[in-house]
Design a protein around this ligand. Sequence first.
Ligand code: SF4
Ligand code: ZN
Length: 411
Amino acid sequence: METEVKHYRRELARIVKIAKHLRSLKAGRETSWEQAAEWHLKYANFHNEQVLALTITLSPTGCEWAGKGGCTMCGEFEGAYKGKALIEDPRFHIAQFASAIGNPAIWEAARKENRPIPWLRVVQEGNYTNTKETNIVSQETILRLATRIKGVERITIESRPQYLNDRNVSALAKIVADSGVELEIGMGFEAQDDVVRNVCINKQGTIAQFSDAAKLLRKYHILPLAFVLLKPPFLTEQEAIDEAVATAHCAVEIGFSRISCEPMSIHPYTVVDALTQAGDYRAPWLWSVVEVTKRCAEISKMFGIGGLGYYPIPSEYAHNHCDNGTDCNRRLIDAILKYNATRDVSAFNGVACSCKSVWERECQVSSVPLKKRIQEQLTHVEDLLPHYATKESSKDNIMRSMRILASNSQG
Ligand code: SF4
Ligand SMILES: [Zn+2]
């Protein structure tokens, strides 16, 4: 079996070509100079307490990697019309952050929920620490301001490991030092298997890069967070479950302090969306989320389930493909939320639905070898491309709103 990325050069080139083409179909999105693209509150487990986490999405300037094709599942907005100006002049992102934080609706919502907001996530749908995406003055000023917000105890930002180095990590660490606030940096580790990570997902990064980045963050007392993707494209349901379990354990071994398992959701203008339309991909079952979580029970304190709060909003989330008219998806989501709040897999006890046997049968379905499978599915997508149409909901995606996402939604 061909297990090395070098054996997939042709397939990878086809994937990148398709990814670039799909992204080129996406219209530019007008964004505000002064206001953040989106903000929302969600319930979260924080040091075993139920709190609210505030996410502020600054106007995205475009993930540098997405500009080169990017990850096959990622529909994150790859750039505003004002992208360049936002990078050149730090005042815009700083003003967006300040205006979001100053929005009384956020604090009013927290007051009504009777919960503190100790956790702040600042993202811009890309790499916070890449100076080609976020001006260095914005990076540092926003972080400095964030540490001074009353009640904030943890700040999370995101970056690929390629944009983390001793110089910028030590500078960020210096800003938070003595503030008493934890800084966490999330990285899309996604999959431990090189072919899955670097061909199926096109993440491009070695295990050593992730491991070195985790070590570097720990050296400066910054918490490394790994995102683990459940059900990368081209994998069967069972392969996807096994890969997510192996990846979560690998992330712990190489030094990550927290894992957020991200069940795949389907985003317009992505390779995954095109595969779905070609009939070669289905969003993962929630039974698979449960299975992965149970098999990670011994690392449950570090293992949470994410997958909510995207901007733009995806066209489909992970769900049970259940047509027996019960509310099994609702009950399973409630159980997942309970797990996130307690980190106890007994949260799944007693949740049953007859669709579980359909899922079990689907887990037994095998397929042709991965390389042949990728080739066949890419051919289907290439045939579909001239007729590709998205199900993007423009209304949802331009709404800048105060949303409170499902209770306990991310660990
Ligand atoms: S997942 Fe992250 S690194 Fe990959 S294309 Fe999207 S924003 Fe860029
Ligand atoms: Zn069901």
